[in-house]
Design a binder for this molecule. Sequence first.
Ligand code: LMR
Length: 335
Amino acid sequence: MKMLFRTLLAVPLALASMQAMAADYTIKLSHVVSAHTPKGQAADLFAKLVEERTKGRVKVEVFPNSQLYNDNKVLEAMRLSGSKTTGIMAAPSLSKFVKFSKTLQTFDLPFLFNNTDDVHKLVDSPLMTRLTKGLDKKGLRALTVWDNGMKVFSIKADKPLRNIPADFTGKKFRIQSSNIAASMIEHLGGTPQKLPFKEVYTALGQGVVDGQENAWSNVHSKKFYEVQDYISVTNHAYLGYLVVVSDEFWSNLPADIRNTVSGALKEATEANRKFAAIADKGDRKKIEDDKYAKVVELTDAERAAWRQATAPVWTEFRDEIGAELIDDVKKLLGR
Ligand code: LMR
């Protein structure tokens, strides 16, 4: 009996260790949003495709909701990780690379993109190599860009954000770790406050900040709209992600594995654009239907005023980003 019990116990353990042994490489993919968002869905699809196509030689473990790291910590962990068999991968928002790249700040310039078609034009162009240049020297290998969507502004107040600077005056806004976003809020008349994503719901609920800017999917999945009164459809900037992995790990992967993983990433990226387009419309509708926060559109005149008020941000960051690069991006987008 004892013998049989030991055998029964040993079988699953042996299977588990065979599975563990079967994986030559592990990728820990850390992100901060929910699994059912465009980034979460793309991460899960990528994990599935990699495991299938490498026949288990590469295992991808996905950690959503800041379970493993927040976005700033993950980049440090990735840079410092010297492992050739376990790679840390993440998809932080493009705005969160400010410590490592001046050029990527281009993505934060207010009113640069009218919509995600504009973004795709840039992301799919050779200019992307210039925008991500130098990251590998900092230990980060840029692999692809994933969409979330265009950003809207939300606020807890007795009126929506429309008139600037009046509606921003005396109000605090949570932003990501982007200096351009900070300057933009100041030019709109408000006070910026950088906070990790994980803290936003509580900060809004407790009145530490009055408002925030984000894509519909995040406003919905993290329930920001339940603690806000108004959402203004501003589409003033893009929220998207740069998928990165430790350069050391990536460069040491055998070429066949690297190609297979790249192929899976390409497919996950195509799917991500579809997930994001669905979430953009669907999550806006759910927020409107729930009736916690009222959604308002800016008029053309209001939008023009916002654009004009934030134009100095472009001048302020022109040299830091690179004047020539900005001009080439503008040319590509037909501005
Ligand atoms: C934020 O911090 O608001 C976003 O970058 C979170 C995310 O990953 O979408």
